[in-house]
Design a binder for this molecule. Structure first.
Ligand code: ADP
Ligand code: MG
Length: 356
């Protein structure tokens, strides 16, 4: 048995002149929680819809469980899709909705009602079977859609922005519940979202999609801390990005001339090339750089301090002539005020050289 359950091989989807998905190669492992993350229009729904069999690729191959399913219709695939709008049947009860997929598979009424009850219990809706869909809150409808999907025990659950319609508190709660559900079922989940915080909280791996291509792929901490590209660094959260010229590069050590002075850290680029370096706001530290694993970043002037409960967010100006704007996320106990001047520095190992 291969470890790879879903495989996309050179998959492309064109709509006229638009390449919605552009030569994507991707493997989803058995039991993995994969999140497809990206801005609106990047091709996430199209990728998911090709996995589920609702959209045919223009070229390329889709393999599930070792079998080429490129031409196989949705109902004959071991996948179930939870659509963005849940697509519940308003004229049916909760129980009828949840057992719908089983009815399609010709499971007898008594068995499918029993299985529906078990699914409802799994999503925390015991006793809701007789209710009408209109009698449910948004969060409860979401759970019914999930119960309906897991009732048929799919190998792969495909979820398209399933939490998008919920308010923030319920969304956070459902994120945790989805992870528990996925781990307890041992199923494989592919989940689409445009919210990078949601992606980081639930994913085993993130596939960051941009213009129909995979921009970065890996575990959340790696994608956040060591983004592969300029786009990935900007999309995954606040970042300070310095443009500079590589002045030397030897043994995977690079020196880059920037408006913040010369920065030396790990990375490879051609001498003379224009490069981008990123540092997250929480990676910039106050005070002088001490020790050779630190990069001095010169003097700053604080332009604004916003207290955000868990930390203080500071807008500062830096560089020669204070022409560079930076964002710093400082611990609560750092009492800094507008107008303060001080030196800053960062750890060399936190600086990331970005591909374009
Ligand atoms: P996402 O889910 O990331 O927002 P989509 O996969 O829905 O992105 O869309 C990717 C691109 O393909 C967009 O440019 C979108 O307009 C286009 N697209 C999607 N579906 C169709 C369609 N049925 N006909 C024409 N263009 C489409
Ligand atoms: Mg979409």
């Amino acid at each position: 048995m291969s470890d790879s359950l879903v495989e996309l091989k050179g998959v492309t989807k064109e709509y006229g002149a638009i390449k919605a998905v552009d030569n994507v190669n991707m493997n989803v492992s058995r039991g993995e929680f994969l999140v497809l993350l990206g801005p609106s229009g990047s091709g996430k729904t199209t990728i998911l819809s090709m996995m589920g069999g609702f959209t045919a690729p223009t070229s390329g191959q889709l393999i599930i469980d070792g079998e080429d399913v490129t031409e196989v219709p949705p109902a004959s695939r071991p996948t179930v899709t939870v659509f963005q709008d849940y697509a519940l049947f308003p004229h049916m009860t909760v129980r009828e909705n949840v057992s719908f997929g089983l009815a399609m598979r010709k499971v007898s009424k008594s068995v499918r009602y029993k299985l529906a009850e078990e699914s409802l219990e799994t999503v925390g809706l015991t006793g809701f079977g007789d209710r009408g869909i209109h009698q449910l809150s948004g969060g409860q409808r979401q759970r019914v859609a999930l119960a309906r999907a897991i009732a048929v025990e799919p190998s792969v659950l495909l979820l398209d922005e399933p939490l998008g319609a919920l308010d923030l508190k319920i969304r956070r709660q459902m994120q945790e519940e989805l992870v528990h559900l996925q781990k307890s079922l041992g199923a494989t989940f592919v989940h689409v979202t445009h919210d990078q915080e949601e992606a980081m909280s639930i994913a085993d791996n993130i596939a960051l999609i941009n213009q129909g291509r995979i921009e970065d792929y890996g575990p959340p901490d790696r994608v956040y801390l060591r983004p592969a590209t300029l786009f990935a660094a900007k999309f995954m959260g606040d970042s300070n990005i310095f443009e500079g010229i590589a002045v030397s590069c030897e043994d995977n050590r690079i020196r880059v001339d920037t408006q913040m002075g010369q920065l030396a850290f790990t990375g490879e680029a051609e001498t003379g090339a224009t490069v981008h370096v990123s540092l997250r706001p929480e990676q910039i530290r106050l005070g002088n750089a001490e020790g050779d694993n630190m990069i001095p970043l010169g003097e700053i002037k604080v332009s604004e301090v916003i207290f955000q409960g868990t930390h203080r967010l500071c807008h500062v100006r830096a560089g020669k002539g204070l022409e560079v704007e930076l964002l710093l996320r400082l611990p609560q106990d750092h009492a800094v005020s507008k107008g303060d001047t001080m030196n800053i520095h960062a750890r060399q190992s936190d600086a990331v050289l970005l591909r374009d």
